[in-house]
Design a protein around this ligand. Structure first.
Ligand SMILES: [Zn+2]
Length: 299
């Protein structure tokens, strides 16, 4: 039960991830197909399964525990935060560029042997193949939805399942699952249609999580900049280089803690600091600090 895991609940609360109920309200048609164990309770509470899904799991690349929500639109892939894992997931060992399917070109089943024939997935494949949108190996910023990569194992699985049912004359050109005519092929197609419904249900959660993370990233940047500006102001008042204050362990702890909590640092907090070899800058009374606090929280 949720109450048995207060730490997990706290983590979701702190991160301000969207509740499953809010996702269902926003995407009523697709979330109908969510697995029962993921759906919110009758009173709108997150299920234990949903909480676990968004709060953490194991890194797809290295296998160590990774806090935070999944990075793929089917909620199956995670990253631990190490840059090398992020980089690995962007290689052809794990993923292919998004345009593989959207452009309906250049998907080869295996990278080896060199020169192997290129096979095309059906035009409907993006209805069930997940994407990893927030991977940017040049930085750690979330990217705009739609600029991602496809997991290789999902691409290969689709091809393995459908390859024997593709009409021979269509194998190397654009084709649709509607072109499959054999009864057994129809069964497989039906399986993928059902899979597409479940996939779009999970994608609804993913989109909401990704948007929440993007908003969080923007806010984090804004707060970081604002807190640094205040520190710069105090550095000017003390007539010391900003870098000197930034090097102080206490200042670093204050900046990190406020960034973690997405909170603005009071100017008075920096002014009152007792740093080695320096006098605190006492230009504000406690009353003015309170006024500043009200002003900051109203921002
Ligand atoms: Zn990892």
């Amino acid at each position: 039960m949720v109450d048995d895991n207060p730490k997990m609940f706290r983590r979701i609360f702190d991160a301000q991830y969207p509740s499953c109920q809010s996702v269902c309200d926003r995407f009523p048609r697709t979330t109908e197909h969510l697995a029962e164990e993921l759906k919110p309770s009758a009173t709108g509470l997150n299920s234990d399964t949903y909480m676990r899904l968004v709060s953490g799991g194991y890194c797809t690349v290295c296998g160590i525990w990774a806090g935070g929500p999944p990075v793929s639109s089917n909620l199956a892939y995670r990253l631990c935060g190490q840059h090398r894992c992020r980089r690995q997931l962007c290689t052809a060992n794990y993923t292919r560029e998004y345009r593989c399917i959207s452009a309906k070109t250049d998907f080869r089943l295996k990278p080896k042997p060199p020169g192997a024939a290129k096979h095309f997935l059906p035009i409907e494949a993006s209805d069930w193949i997940p994407y990893l949108d927030d991977l940017d190996i040049r930085g750690h910023q979330l990217r705009v939805l739609g600029n991602g990569r496809y997991p290789l194992r999902d691409l290969e699985k689709t091809w393995e399942d459908l390859r024997f049912f593709v009409p021979a004359h269509l194998r190397y050109s654009r084709w649709s699952i509607m072109d499959i005519t054999s009864p057994k092929g129809h069964q497989v197609v039906q399986k993928y249609r059902e899979q597409a419904k479940r996939y779009h249900a999970l994608e609804s959660i993913y989109k909401s999580l990704a948007e929440s993370r993007m908003a969080d990233t923007k806010l984090r940047k804004c707060i970081k900049k604002s807190n640094l500006a205040k520190l710069r102001e105090v550095a000017l008042e003390r007539e010391v280089p900003l870098e000197k204050l930034q090097d102080d362990p206490l200042v670093q702890r204050i900046l990190a803690a406020h960034l973690h909590d997405l909170a603005h640092v009071y100017l008075a907090t920096f002014r009152d600091l007792q740093l080695p070899g320096q006098q605190p800058v006492k230009t504000h009374s406690p009353q003015s600090s309170d006024a500043e606090a009200v002003s900051e929280t109203s921002k």
